[in-house]
Design a protein around this ligand. Structure first.
Ligand SMILES: [Zn+2]
Length: 615
């Protein structure tokens, strides 16, 4: 939405010039004991040590010196020290260790894994609760604040838990149970021992089971003093969670929006990431783009050369100056297409990650987006009981609605049943041929392999198929759009394999991205796998998260400044080219394209001259 853009130019320009003059230098920080240690200018890091790592790497003073020297290039400003989850916490030992870190000038926070040996707790088991309380009291004797690793959830199905749930759902029962017990057995005892102590909840990245297993993002964020969120996308296609990289960014923006003041950091790990340098660094970039207050590295021992997946450390270390430099370049408020993900909602698995990696910049919102020109709705949005009414109000007010086919299927008892004339629904369709259409012109694109989609057949009129997958017996919907009331309804049919969205021919992806031109004033053209992050009205960050080199353009539907476009990371000028539309119905004018080539996992920051950014 253009109306919301505020570049805060007067201040940020000065800051940017200063950064350019200084370059990626670090400023010394004063430790408590007068020691100085280097810190980054724009980013903060914390190193998390598990209790096993503390025993192995930190208890002995010589080992601690070696460990912290090895991890010195991270320039961490804080350590999280985990207290044991097996047996009683050795308070004297942890106090001594904390003091040794403070003497190095580091901020020290505690950490606790709220489990019993062997797995998650039963919040109806008095022995488990007693252990939790005892541990919380001990941790509170050592630290001024502590974080809970994301094991607060429960999956217990014992007699007491099943009886306690009764006729309720696991989601309703466990969220209530955890809210109550975490206060009574963690927060309250800690505050009793140490008034003023801050307790931080860390949420895991598996949003789809949050409520079922007891996480209530809204109420727990309000109940705890602070919150952190996992990125933890790890190896995107082979790790058992299969989380696309861009989801890491969405998680940060989505959950921190509950109460931005409580957000203390983005948590990421290198677990199982042997040899996956790019995917590891990609996690850091999501935190940088989300402008995380601190990047929490789980864990120090996993990055240390004795750790099993520590080979990613070398590339990460090399990239550290670039993370900081780019973080300092980001200028203006982040913007993107609102995607409505009510808190505690579930829907198409990580669909926001795929949309983001298809080049659609997203702004996840937990409250209904009424004002934006366009907004994305998925099955997640159904958690809002008034969804259909609110979306109709958008269309009535002249705003657009972009929804998934899966959501439309769930709205068949609402007015949305009448928006498309679907014939013979059901089944799937597979083809390598696509028809993209603008006005009365169409274009046939042949991909080098077939894609499988749910089968959507529609009547000839209303003509809704902007993109169709073509088989000899019909054109089937991929992107449908119809005018309805005073707005436009778009329906996206996701391919059966979500990653195939990123592999669709560029002509197809360009049509999908075009639906957001009114909202963004710009669109990406080119292949999938390149994420776009927008800041202010004149900054475009592009990150190639694919294994291929990508030729892409920023396409503007209106005239932009012809000179002065800069790519800031490599410090080079960019040309503007005028392109004729493929279809005379595309608005009749021409496009202005700013084109770039991005190597695999390369990031660029494109600065427009029009908003007075850095020249
Ligand atoms: Zn139980």
């Amino acid at each position: 939405m253009h109306g919301r853009i505020n570049t805060g130019f007067a201040f940020t320009r000065k800051t940017l010039i200063l950064i350019l003059l200084l370059g990626p230098v670090s400023l010394p920080a004063q430790g408590k004991q007068g020691e100085t240690r280097p810190v980054w200018s724009h980013l903060k890091y914390a190193l998390y040590f598990t209790y096993g790592e503390i025993e192995k790497l930190l208890l002995d003073t010589a080992s601690m010196r070696e460990t912290m020297e090895y991890l010195g290039p991270v320039r961490a400003g804080r350590v999280y020290l985990e207290c044991t989850s097996a047996g009683d916490v050795n308070v004297a030992q942890m106090k001594d260790l904390a003091a040794r870190f403070r003497a190095l000038g580091l901020r020290v926070s505690g950490a606790m894994v709220p489990t019993i040996p062997g797995g998650p707790m039963c919040y109806n088991n008095p022995d488990h609760l007693a252990q939790l309380e005892r541990r919380s009291r001990a941790v509170a004797q050592v630290f001024d604040d502590f974080i809970l690793d994301d094991w607060l959830f429960t999956t217990c199905t014992c007699e007491k838990c099943v009886a306690g749930r009764g006729k309720s759902t696991w989601a309703d029962y466990r969220t209530k149970l955890l809210l109550e017990k975490s206060k009574k057995y963690i927060i309250d005892p800690a505050r009793e021992v140490h008034p003023g102590i801050k307790v931080t909840i860390k949420y895991p990245n598996w949003y789809e089971g949050h409520r079922d297993n007891g996480y209530d993002v809204l109420n727990e964020t309000h109940q705890f003093d602070a919150m952190a969120v996992g990125i933890e996308t790890r190896t995107r296609a082979t790790h058992d969670q299969h989380i696309p990289i861009y989801s890491g960014y969405v998680f940060q923006k989505w959950w921190s929006s509950v109460d931005p003041a409580k957000w203390v950091g983005s948590w990421l790990d290198n677990y199982t990431m042997k040899g996956e340098d790019n995917d590891y660094v990609a996690q850091v970039w999501q935190a940088v783009m989300a402008q995380a207050p601190e990047i929490i590295l789980w864990s120090g021992g996993h990055l240390h050369h004795t750790g099993p997946f520590s080979d990613v450390y070398a590339h990460f270390r090399e990239m550290l100056p670039e993370f900081d430099r780019v973080a300092g370049m980001l200028n203006g408020p982040p913007r993107g297409v609102p995607i409505y993900l009510p808190y505690g909602s579930e829907g198409e698995y990580n669909i926001f990650g795929y949309l983001g990696m298809a080049g659609i910049p997203l702004a996840p919102v937990g409250r209904f987006p009424a004002e934006s020109q366009n907004a994305i709705f998925t099955r997640h949005s159904l958690r809002d009981p008034d969804l259909a009414e609110k979306m109709l109000a958008r269309l009535r007010a002249g705003h657009d609605v972009f929804m998934t086919w899966e959501l439309l299927c769930k709205l068949q008892d609402t007015e949305f049943r009448n928006t498309l004339n679907v014939i013979e629904p059901g089944g799937s369709v597979s083809s390598s041929v696509f028809r993209t259409r603008a006005g009365w012109n169409d274009q046939i694109t042949k991909a080098d392999r077939a894609f499988v989609f749910p089968r959507i057949g529609t009547t000839t009129w209303p003509y809704a198929r902007e993109v169709a997958v073509v088989r000899e017996d019909g054109d089937f919907g991929v992107l449908l759009s119809v005018k309805y009331l005073n707005g436009t309804l778009y329906v996206l049919n996701m391919p059966e394999n979500s990653y195939d969205l990123l592999r669709l021919p560029p002509q197809v992806l360009n049509m999908i991205r075009r639906a957001f031109n009114g909202e963004l004033g710009v669109q990406l053209t080119g292949p999938g796998g390149v994420g776009m992050y927008l800041f202010g009205s004149g900054q475009y960050v592009l990150y190639n998260m694919s294994d291929e080199t990508a030729n892409v353009s920023l396409r503007f539907g209106k005239k932009v400044g012809e000179s002065g476009w800069r790519e800031l990371v490599h410090g080079r000028g960019l040309a503007v080219t005028e392109e004729k539309p493929q279809h005379r119905f595309d608005g009749g004018g021409t496009y202005d394209d700013v084109s770039l080539t991005l190597r695999s996992f390369e990031i660029v920051v494109v600065q427009s001259p029009d908003t007075g950014g850095v020249r």
